[in-house]
Ligand binder design. Structure first.
Ligand code: PDD
Length: 284
């Protein structure tokens, strides 16, 4: 039974069930993954940090030199969001490609109409600890751009999954980078660390929201290079993302790390995050 006939979608401004949307194989999203996207989390029908997601979307569009009216994008995201207002946790996926070619061509010679596609789905947020696998980060150099060109992420995440893990931890030059689809934090010597933002890390909206939740409660986060050797003595490692929230890592398949179940700093940090979400929705 297909779930997708009950999932609301939108393509080029037309709203319809997701499984009725038809796209051209000459979409540059299809031939080149010449496209960008956002995933916006919804809590009981309300978006968390929609402005921040739109801002990052605009940065991605600027990077790809795709020009379009984001007030239209925003309205469509909001309308998709209304289709999941009865769910505790949901998300809107929204993708923009450069457009549809008349024949495949790397070089864009004529002005194309950007292609807009989105849908709203349900998600289950879990704070159950998961198992991760360390992999070498073999992705391209611009992981700060939220493009759908995610082959490096996809291959590493599926490699981890085929070994029974839920996520990968990417390592480059002996430094911890991020997960396959989330940012990473850790408690080390009773301080919270996260890798500082470089071109090879996606500046997560949840990462930023989480850091400011902690700052409001006078918990400092060190944004610095995090060498792999940290893993030998960390207490807790956790991921943040729009669809995972804050999710601890129980163990690492190819490393001796085991989560410390009595890590008070992590417990406080998680509580600060939950409280900040509550506060956010009192103001929005
Ligand atoms: N992924 N790093 C990567 C590589 C990601 O793909 C994501 C999000 C994040 C966290 O970003 P944010 O907090 O803004 O969700 C970090 C989304 C959820 C996805 O691809 O489905």
């Amino acid at each position: 039974i297909s779930m997708s006939n009950s999932i609301q979608g939108v393509y080029q401004g037309s709203f319809m069930p997701l499984n009725e949307i038809r796209v051209s194989p000459l979409s540059r999203a299809y031939t080149f993954s010449d496209s960008i996207y956002e995933v916006i989390p919804y809590y009981s029908g309300k978006p968390l940090c929609l402005d921040e997601h739109i801002d990052r979307f605009k940065l991605s569009a600027d990077f790809l030199k795709i020009d379009l009216d984001f007030s239209v994008v925003r309205k469509e995201i909001e309308q998709l969001g209304r289709s999941v207002e009865n769910h505790t946790n949901a998300y809107v996926y929204y993708q923009i490609s450069r457009g549809v070619d008349s024949v495949r061509s790397h070089i864009v010679k004529e002005k194309l109409i950007p292609e807009r596609f989105g849908y709203a789905g349900e998600v289950t947020l879990s704070t159950d600890p998961i198992i991760a696998k360390l992999n070498q980060d073999n992705r391209w150099a611009h992981c700060n751009i939220k493009t759908t060109s995610l082959l490096g992420n996809v291959l590493n995440m599926n490699d981890a999954y085929s070994d029974g893990c839920n996520e990968t931890i990417l390592i480059r030059d002996n430094k911890i980078v991020e997960g396959g689809a989330c940012n990473i934090f850790m408690t080390y010597e009773n301080q919270i660390y996260t890798p500082s933002l470089e071109e090879n890390i996606l500046p997560g909206v949840t990462r930023e929201f989480f850091i400011s939740s902690l700052q409001k409660r006078n918990i400092n986060v060190k944004q610095v290079d995090c060498p792999v050797s940290f893993l030998d003595s960390v207490s807790t490692i956790w991921f943040t993302s729009s669809t995972r929230g804050v999710q601890p890592i129980k163990s690492i398949l190819n490393h001796g790390y085991e989560m410390d179940p009595n890590d008070a700093l992590f417990r406080n940090a998680k509580e600060a995050f939950t409280n900040s979400i509550r506060d956010y929705f009192q103001d929005h």
